[in-house]
Design a protein around this ligand. Structure first.
Ligand code: AMP
Ligand code: TRP
Length: 335
């Protein structure tokens, strides 16, 4: 019996990086679930507000992410889809875990150090404590596996440390989770600066392919992506980051290895290669977009999925939270 859990922040339009590094794998795990296994996929809205958000846009992005999960193939009869803030125990457990987390551990986090630089209005406390909330998300469900992109590895390490620390201090309570990071596609780079991760918060729209970009836009962005000038198609992320990124995208969209992607694209120029990459991206995204548009208009269906997901997740979360409160000694006995 395995429990798999992951989440994405509704903090902007999702990119091809989110799909190849995260959602695609959720769907793969869903297809491999066995009797008794559980897959929890949630919308990390409490994580999104660690940096300023426009409330109207946030609500809209939550709904869009729910529709996108479904359009990408998550099936509510097999997986549990829910909104983080609707299961109150996430915030409750995060608070308890704060009591066993050292400030130094949080200040060391690479993502915190990066995001901190970008805050103009000052740095919120939640930006610092973000990895504790993420640990709570994971430990609340006794997760065995957490599929994420490479950028989340350090946060996963903290979740493991907190599980072990809590178990040591208060007796065996949490499972120690493992991250699942794919070989191909776990770090898709920006099309304009291939030394940098493709990110939904990039100010340059040309740097990212959004899952809802139309075909012409996808083709234009890939055609104008930054590459080197020596015209040989080899995988060498250090010396040829642009071409290597396009090879990763091609391989990951087709579900083949990098080696096969290189072999399939020998003796052609960059222009033709870019057209082939764009063909694969379009082949993947266009059917998702068709489903997305119809689901987004079906409020009744979306609400039903999210209500059922919330109820099921709450059932697991309540049980774990009662156990944690008992171990820590807060509240009353049998209450
Ligand atoms: P975020 O956009 O930070 O909410 O990330 C949601 C999920 O997508 C996480 O599992 C990330 O690791 C993954 N992810 C985000 N950007 C990329 C990228 N450029 N390449 C691969 N995975 C990514
Ligand atoms: N922090 C993750 C990200 O930005 C999203 C996330 C929140 C998450 N809670 C999680 C991922 C729990 C996996 C498990 O990508």
């Amino acid at each position: 019996m395995s429990i798999i859990l992951s989440g994405i922040q509704p903090s902007g339009s999702l990119t091809l990086g989110n799909y190849l590094g995260a959602i695609k794998n959720f769907v793969k795990f869903q297809e491999d679930l066995k009797e008794g296994d559980e897959l929890f996929v949630f919308i990390a809205d409490l994580h999104a507000i660690t940096v300023p958000q426009d409330p109207t846009k946030l609500r809209d992005n939550i709904k869009k992410l729910a529709a996108l999960y479904l359009a990408c193939g998550l099936d509510p009869s097999k997986s549990t889809l829910f909104i983080q803030s609707e299961v109150k125990e996430h915030a409750e457990l995060a608070y308890i875990l704060q009591s066993i987390t050292y400030i130094g551990e949080l200040e060391r986090m690479t993502q915190y150090k990066d995001k901190k630089q970008k805050q103009v209005e000052g740095v919120s406390t939640a930006l610092l404590t973000y990895p504790i909330l993420m640990a709570a998300d994971i430990l609340l469900y006794n997760s065995d596996y957490v599929p994420v992109g490479v950028d989340q590895k350090q946060h996963l390490e903290l979740a493991r440390n907190l599980a072990e620390r809590f178990n040591y201090r208060y007796s065996e309570t949490f499972k120690v989770p493992e991250s699942l990071i794919q070989k191909t596609g776990s770090k898709i780079m920006s099309l304009q600066n291939p030394e940098k991760k493709m990110s939904k918060s990039d100010d340059n729209e040309k740097a990212s392919i959004y899952l809802t970009d139309n075909e012409a836009t996808i083709r234009k962005k890939i055609a104008s992506s930054v590459t080197d000038s020596d015209n040989s198609i080899i995988f060498d992320p250090v010396n040829k980051p642009g071409i290597s990124n396009l090879l990763s995208i091609y391989a990951s969209c087709k579900g083949i290895s990098i080696e096969d992607a290189v072999n399939e694209n020998q003796n052609i120029n960059y222009g033709i290669f870019k057209t082939r990459v764009a063909d694969e991206v379009c082949r993947l995204l266009i059917p998702i977009q068709e489903r997305y548009n119809s689901i987004l208009n079906d409020n009744e269906y979306l609400n039903k999925v999210l209500d059922e997901g919330r109820d099921k997740a709450s059932f697991f979360a309540r049980k774990m939270m009662a156990k944690v409160n008992r171990k820590v000694g807060v509240g009353r006995k049998n209450n």
